[in-house]
Structure formats: structure tokens, C-alpha cells
Design a protein around this ligand. Structure first.
Ligand SMILES: C[S@@+](CC[C@H](N)C(=O)[O-])C[C@H]1O[C@@H](n2cnc3c(N)ncnc32)[C@H](O)[C@@H]1O
Length: 298
């Protein structure tokens, strides 16, 4: 259950979902022929020491004997990696990772000199992440600024205070975020992004609406996989189900050229095969639309 202004750290509430996706990035990184390489993910999971995710790391959930979730997480991670790499290759020098969680792109990707990466998330999540990275003497591969603020509050003021330039074309990402925001906060998020995005700005979004199909997710996954991939939480219980504008529609209506891809589309692009899934799992795992969009000249 969510409440207005609720907060969390890495082992409580919504924070646990960041630990969950880090666990699957760690597993994908260690798989044969991994789609991504995130050596920091496992460090975070071990540092948090949360027993359920330690167990998943040691003994991942499987479908018909094969790990399932890491492959989907690899596809999602690669999509956002490639989005940022192509944005900076085309000259964008400002990146904003909304709800960064344990995303280590500032430390993993090959950013051109002069790029500044801003990461927004809850204070305790960023404190944990920065502490673990410092303990391992990790060095960001470009200038990197964390912005500890709630995305339901006045985050643009915090981003500006951290030095973000509202006149600079920006590459934004919203990965694994939108269902955790109330509808009004999601709509405000896009309105603010619109105000802060001069022509040439870009955005990548994971759009997966929370609705009746999301509820009972943990139960459905536990039914087909041999355990709940999210330890003992059901992310669907942390979602907000109120009305909001569809992100793809919002972007099209506000002067952005949008491309939308399904997980299956991305798997084909990346040359990986996804397993045939039971209907209930297919509904969930094939649901997200991965949007990438460019702000047109006004
Ligand atoms: C599923 S995790 C995804 C993290 C990261 N984007 C990734 O894919 O690894 C959800 C993240 O959203 C963040 N988040 C959710 N609601 C937020 C809010 N209102 N303000 C700041 N961060 C929020 C959580 O702290 C968490 O790190």
C-alpha cells in the first residue's frame, strides 16, 4: 500500500524493486552470452544482503528449468544503454536518469568527454548506491551528479539546483518508474520534461500501465516459475492504478517523434530468442512498450 509522500531505502518498499532489478542484471551479466555487462549489480545485491535477493542470486527462478527474468531484464537494460549511447554519439551532452535506482550507467557506459549525467531518486536509495560504489573505489566514467528528491515533488527545482541546463538538449530515461507514480505525478513529470526539453532532446520510456492485468503478479509468477522473482514482494502492490495520460500519446501530442517497440521486437533486434510463455506470463512480460522519442523543432 502506498501513501502520499512515503519514503523508502534500498531494503524497504519501492526501494526493494531497485534491488530486484539489480539482481536480474547481475544474473544476466553472469549468463552465457549476456546482452549486457553490469559488474556493479552484484556488488549492490551483496552489500544490501537482503536474504530473498541473495537467494535469487544463488538460485534464480526458472521456467521449465531455464532462467527467464534475466533475459527480459537484459533486453530492457540494453535498450536504455543503446538509447544513451546513440544520444551522446549524436551530440547530446546532458543525460537525466529519472528514478535511477541502482542503475550504474554513469560508471558503465563509454560517455564522451563533457557529458554530465544526472541521477534522480529517493535520498536513501542514492546514499546506499553512492556508499557501495565508494567502498569499491568505483569511478564514474563522466561527470555524474546525484539529485536526491522525490519525483512526486518539485524535482525540476532540485535538478536545476544541481546545475542542469534547461536550454541544453537532454536525453531523459524513465525505466521501471511510471507505475510507481500516482497519475497526477506522472502527468506532471511529462509536463516538466516537455518544459525542459529544447528541440533535439530525446527520451526513452518503459511504458507498462498498471491495470487489472498487473495485479497478483507475484502470485502468477510464483505459479509458473519455481519462486517469486521479487523475493517476498509483489511490485503490483506498490503501483498506483489511477488514471493518467498514455505516455506514447502524450509524446505524440506534444511535438515528439516516437518509436515504440515490444520486448519481442527488441529481442529480434538484439538477435536473442525469448521462450514461449504461458498466457498469463506472456501478458505480463510482453506488455511493456519501449518508447524512444526525439523532440521536433518547434
Ligand atoms: C524498479 S526500480 C527501477 C530503478 C532503475 N530505473 C532500474 O531500472 O534499475 C524503481 C525505482 O524508482 C524509484 N522511484 C519510484 N518512485 C519514486 C519517487 N516518487 N521519487 C523518486 N524515486 C522513485 C525507486 O526508488 C526505485 O529506485
Amino acid at each position: 500500500m502506498r501513501t502520499d509522500g512515503d519514503t523508502w531505502d534500498i531494503v524497504t518498499g519501492v526501494g526493494l524493486t531497485a534491488l530486484g532489478v539489480a539482481t536480474f542484471r547481475a544474473l544476466e551479466s553472469a549468463a552465457p552470452d549476456p546482452l549486457i555487462q553490469d559488474s556493479y549489480a552484484e556488488l549492490f545485491v551483496r552489500a544490501a544482503g537482503e536474504p530473498k535477493f541473495m537467494d535469487i542470486l544463488a538460485d534464480p527462478p526458472t521456467l521449465a528449468g531455464a532462467p527467464l527474468v534475466p533475459g527480459f531484464m537484459g533486453i530492457r537494460t540494453k535498450f536504455f544503454d543503446e538509447f544513451f549511447l546513440s544520444s551522446v554519439a549524436d551530440g547530446i551532452t546532458q543525460a537525466v536518469i529519472l528514478a535511477a535506482g541502482l542503475d550504474a550507467r554513469a560508471y558503465r557506459l563509454d560517455w564522451p568527454p563533457g557529458t554530465i549525467v544526472y541521477e534522480i531518486d529517493q535520498p536513501d536509495v542514492l546514499e546506499f548506491k553512492n556508499r557501495v560504489l565508494a567502498e569499491h573505489s568505483a569511478t564514474p566514467r563522466t561527470e555524474h551528479r546525484t539529485v536526491a528528491v522525490d519525483l512526486r515533488s518539485d524535482w525540476p527545482a532540485a535538478l536545476a539546483a544541481a546545475g542542469a541546463d534547461p536550454a541544453a538538449p537532454t536525453a531523459w530515461s524513465a525505466e521501471g518508474l511510471l507505475p510507481y507514480l500516482p497519475g497526477a505525478a506522472q502527468d506532471a513529470l511529462f509536463a516538466h520534461i516537455g518544459e525542459l526539453s529544447p528541440a533535439g532532446s530525446r527520451i526513452a520510456v518503459e511504458a507498462a500501465p498498471a491495470d487489472a492485468a498487473s495485479s497478483g503478479l507475484a502470485e502468477i509468477e510464483t505459479k509458473y516459475l519455481n519462486k517469486n522473482p521479487f523475493g517476498d514482494i509483489d511490485p503490483a502492490e506498490l503501483f498506483y492504478y489511477d488514471d493518467r495520460t498514455d505516455p506514447e500519446q502524450w509524446l505524440r501530442d506534444h511535438g515528439w517523434s516516437v518509436h515504440a517497440a515490444t520486448p519481442a521486437d527488441l529481442a529480434a533486434t538484439y538477435g536473442v530468442s525469448l521462450p514461449d510463455l504461458p498466457e498469463e506470463l506472456e501478458q505480463h512480460w510482453q506488455r511493456p512498450r519501449y518508447l524512444s522519442a526525439v523532440r521536433d523543432p518547434h
